[in-house]
Design a protein around this ligand. Structure first.
Ligand code: PLP
Length: 399
């Protein structure tokens, strides 16, 4: 059976170029980048080369890049790193975030709330987007941090983070803005000088952009002071102690160079799959989505269709239990999901869809399909045969 992978928001494959770039750093070039000898200096220079590559993708300074173990650590470092000093000084402080964040932000906020930080969780519109006016109304004199994601991992909905950060900055220059851009990297342009110039912290994760799992970055704008999560050596300019994951960092640097090239090639957010010269990921996603809407009665799209990551669709299939559908699809070779990968197997409906106003039954009947750069038109055509038939079978069992 030829499997069809439609779960790229859970993780992406490591691209061959990325694998080749990291390969020497497992055996040949294994030195500790903190060692003064030749072997250490070779890996030090590879780490700094990768840092420069990530900085070019984000259009920021290399010293503003902190390598971490992934999106979860970057988000926790941003929230805790900014807010912990207020707790230490017993100063009242307010954080604004949203109900649709990934658990890496949501649970970090909840943990800080238990320790005395005031937190506002904004409710999105039915489209899954945060309303700037509703955001502005929640700003308080002691608001010091805002954390809003760039693109949602379940619906792909793109948040107006540039606008929100501008509003926050105009309200009070002491407010810092963190953006979880894990689902935006390698899908949408990430230029921290233009619309995103008021963003102070930004998280990305290697395994959502064709580098391996367990690699990530936190951008920390010059002048922003961060209390470290880990205590140890002076790595990453005292912001993240621990010997660097050299192969992973090299891979992330290479993946950033590829992402920047794709961005430059297309001049916008539409990414061209290597094996299809004309179709974009967005065009393949749209073909899949419109094909499913036409073939499966009682199907609706969850979330915005105008402000959306180009590779994601989230579909509500009336009367279908998404978990049963996922099992049926897996047996037929299709990998899909009904929300965050870490929610798979969970009986709770998606917190993102509930926050958007869906009922628990509607949330439980929703399916996420997310394409990668390796998805082909042929795979989409085969998925368009398999998914409607699987839905029809499930519905016939229920009735
Ligand atoms: N933030 C978002 C929006 C995500 O989708 C994910 C992973 O799914 C994370 C954070 C966590 O990233 P990581 O898996 O690298 O810890």
């Amino acid at each position: 059976m030829q499997r069809i992978y439609l779960d790229a928001n859970a993780t992406t494959p490591v691209l061959p170029e990325v694998f080749d770039a990291m390969r020497p750093f497992w055996q040949e070039a294994f030195g500790n980048p903190s060692s003064a000898h030749h072997s250490g200096q070779r890996t030090r220079s590879a780490v700094e080369h990768a840092r420069a590559s990530v900085a070019r993708l984000l259009n920021c300074a290399a010293k503003e890049i902190v390598f971490t173990s992934g999106g979860t650590e970057s988000d926790n470092l941003a929230l805790s790193g900014i807010l912990q000093p207020y707790l230490d000084r017993h100063e009242p402080v307010h954080l604004i975030t949203t109900q649709i964040e990934h658990h890496a932000v949501l649970y970090a906020a909840e943990a800080l709330e238990k320790r005395g930080i005031e937190v506002t969780y904004l409710t999105p519109t039915r489209d899954g987007i945060v309303d700037p006016a509703a955001f502005e109304a929640e700003l308080r004199p002691h608001t010091r941090l805002v954390s809003v994601m760039f693109a949602n991992n379940e619906t792909g909905a793109i948040q107006p983070i540039g606008k929100l950060a501008r509003i926050a900055r105009a309200h009070n220059s002491a407010i810092l803005f963190h953006a979880d851009a894990v689902q935006a990297a390698a899908k949408l342009p990430l230029d921290l000088t233009l619309d995103l110039k008021n963003i102070d912290l930004l998280a990305i994760s290697g395994h959502k952009m064709y580098a391996p799992q367990g690699t990530g970055v936190l951008f920390v704008r010059t002048g922003v002071h961060l209390a470290p999560l880990f205590h140890g050596g002076p790595h990453e300019r005292q912001r993240r102690a621990g010997t660097e994951n050299v192969p992973g960092i090299v891979a992330l640097g290479c993946a950033s160079e590829l992402a920047l090239n794709w961005q430059l090639e297309t001049g916008n957010s539409k990414l061209v799959p290597p094996n299809s010269s004309s179709a974009t990921i967005a065009a393949l996603r749209d073909r899949l989505e419109s094909g499913l809407l036409a073939a499966i009665p009682g199907t609706q799209i969850n979330g915005s269709t105008t402000h959306r990551a180009p590779n994601t669709t989230n579909l509500r299939l009336d009367g279908v239990d998404a978990e049963s559908l996922l099992i049926a699809l897996d047996m037929q070779g299709i990998a899909a999901s009904f929300g965050a990968a870490c929610q798979s197997g969970a009986t709770e409906p998606s917190h993102v869809l509930l926050a958007m106003g869906l009922s628990p039954t509607e949330a439980r009947s929703s399916l996420r399909l997310s394409l990668s750069r390796l998805t082909t038109a042929d795979e989409i055509d085969r998925a368009l045969q398999i998914i409607p038939a699987a839905v029809a079978r499930l519905r016939s069992h229920v009735s």
